[in-house]
Write a protein that binds this ligand. Structure first.
Ligand code: ADP
Ligand code: ASP
Ligand code: MG
Length: 439
């Protein structure tokens, strides 16, 4: 068994979708094919939801109509026969009818999740219609029948395993099983999702649940690059990463992977491959238990970070101080990314301001609290990086002109983390590209 996940750009144009059909029929291995929504769809659905949340129905209607046109054109190019085109028209009309109905009912968070689910529901059904037209035997597995999250929004791997095994048994005569990425059911039994970019997470969860031989993530680039290719000109694909390195890069901003999508594959030791739909013969990146080589592999950046500094002379020689500080963050379910301490101060970073006023208020009795917003975490990742000669020297030499806010080093053997003002992010990534990689 293997998992093949295709992202938005891989299914975003009719000719791309046809290429996906070729890729999944290249061998006779049994496979679960996970699809994202057509590129641009989830963004449009978010826009519709936002308009409705603001009570702006006419703007929501405009976006719905534009999206509907896009899908009408898409099926004309994807399919050839009248029978298939009519079937596909029926599929999209049903989903757009739903979107028109929601214009008339009151907006809620549950409805928002229903709206966001339409993209993956449509892409999988349209792909299935294409396979049917081309006599490619397959079955559609509804993700909502097996992909679940608990009350803390954590995927329930145990139950996913059981439900998926039942479905795989039920369809034991099928070699190609298609399912939706991103969408799931929550603890209340409502439609929910695994957050933006969550189709990667779906793929990894399915790969772990079915103990697949490999989890292939097909996208629009030939693997994980050493730096953000959207920002830095010269970047190169990395041949091999360990699960830890890949998880770190994904969590700290490498957009190619969903932030938490590595752990399920890692837990069941399923290799993850990052491959390029537009260049299928490229080697891509292989992510396994072994790191392959020692040294710096890549840098990634995560925006929207807030630094909180708590200064107190009472911290001197006082035990229990850090516990009290951490308890505040725990109370507000806000996770801390970076932390540095000195004798009289502790600085931490968080990536959401949802409970910032409450957190600050509860920290104030401990000392002076300073907040710095609009910060970016820059993470330098590589196996045994902390032990590699000259990395720190090269790092700080190349960043002489950057006003670094925080540094975290030695917490793990494969990561050095810096905090810089977001206004210096581009320059930092560029300088590191030449300073650390000579590119
Ligand atoms: P998909 O729609 O297939 O899920 P994404 O847009 O989520 O694709 O991820 C692929 C994109 O991630 C690439 O086009 C690239 O611009 C961006 N990206 C950001 N950082 C990296 C990196 N370090 N390596 C490769 N791609 C990256
Ligand atoms: N369609 C969803 C998104 O755009 C999930 C995904 O593509 O991974 O976020
Ligand atoms: Mg993605």
């Amino acid at each position: 068994m293997k998992v093949m996940k295709f992202g938005g750009t891989s299914v975003g144009k009719p000719e791309r979708m046809k290429e996906v059909a070729q890729l999944i029929t290249k061998d006779n291995d049994r496979k679960i094919v996970v699809l994202s929504a057509l590129s641009g769809t989830t963004n449009a659905l978010v826009e519709i939801s936002n308009h409705l949340a603001n009570g702006d129905r006419s703007s929501a209607k405009q976006v719905i109509e534009k999206l509907h046109d896009h899908y009408q054109n898409f099926i004309q190019e994807l399919l050839v026969t009248d029978v298939a085109r009519n079937q596909a028209k029926g599929i999209i009309n049903e989903h757009f009818e739903f979107l028109h109905i929601i214009l008339r009912i009151s907006f809620s968070e549950a409805l928002n999740k229903d709206i966001l689910a339409q993209g993956e529901l449509m892409s999988t059904k349209l792909f299935s219609a294409f396979l049917e037209e081309n006599n490619i035997d397959h079955v559609l597995l509804p993700a909502l029948e097996f992909m679940t999250i608990d009350a803390n929004e954590e995927p329930q791997l145990g139950s996913i395993k059981i439900k998926l095994a039942q479905l795989l048994k039920k369809h034991s005569d099928k070699n190609i099983l298609i399912t939706q990425g991103y969408i799931c059911k929550n603890a209340r039994g409502e439609v929910d999702n695994l957050k933006r970019g969550g189709s990667d997470y779906t793929a990894s969860l399915i790969a772990a649940a079915s103990k697949s031989a490999v989890c292939e993530i097909w996208t629009d680039i030939d693997g994980m690059h050493n730096n953000d290719p959207r920002i830095v000109n010269k970047t190169v694909a990395i041949e091999q990463l360990s699960f830890d390195e890949a998880a770190e890069l994904a969590y700290f901003g490498a957009k190619i992977l969903h932030p938490t999508c590595i752990w399920p594959a890692q837990q069941e030791n399923v290799p993850v491959k990052l491959l390029n739909t537009m260049q299928p013969e490229a080697a891509g990146t292989v992510i396994t238990k072994e790191a392959g080589s020692v040294g710096v592999k890549a840098v990634a950046a995560k925006d929207g970070i807030i630094a909180i500094k708590i200064k107190s002379s009472r911290m001197l020689l006082a035990y229990g101080f850090l516990r009290k500080v951490f308890e505040v963050f725990e109370k507000y379910k806000t996770s801390i990314d970076m932390i540095t301490t000195s004798e009289v101060a502790v600085s931490v970073t968080i990536d959401t301001d949802q409970f910032l006023p409450q957190i600050v208020k509860e920290l104030e009795p401990f000392g002076t609290v300073d907040i710095e917003k609009e910060q970016t975490i820059v993470s330098i990742v590589g196996n045994e990086i902390a032990k590699t000669d000259y990395v720190l020297q090269k790092l700080f030499e190349s960043l002489k002109e950057i006003p670094i806010t925080m540094v975290s080093y030695g917490g793990s053997t494969h990561n050095i983390t810096l905090l810089v003002p977001s206004s210096h992010k581009i320059k930092t990534l560029q300088l590191l590209n030449s300073g650390l990689f000579g590119l």
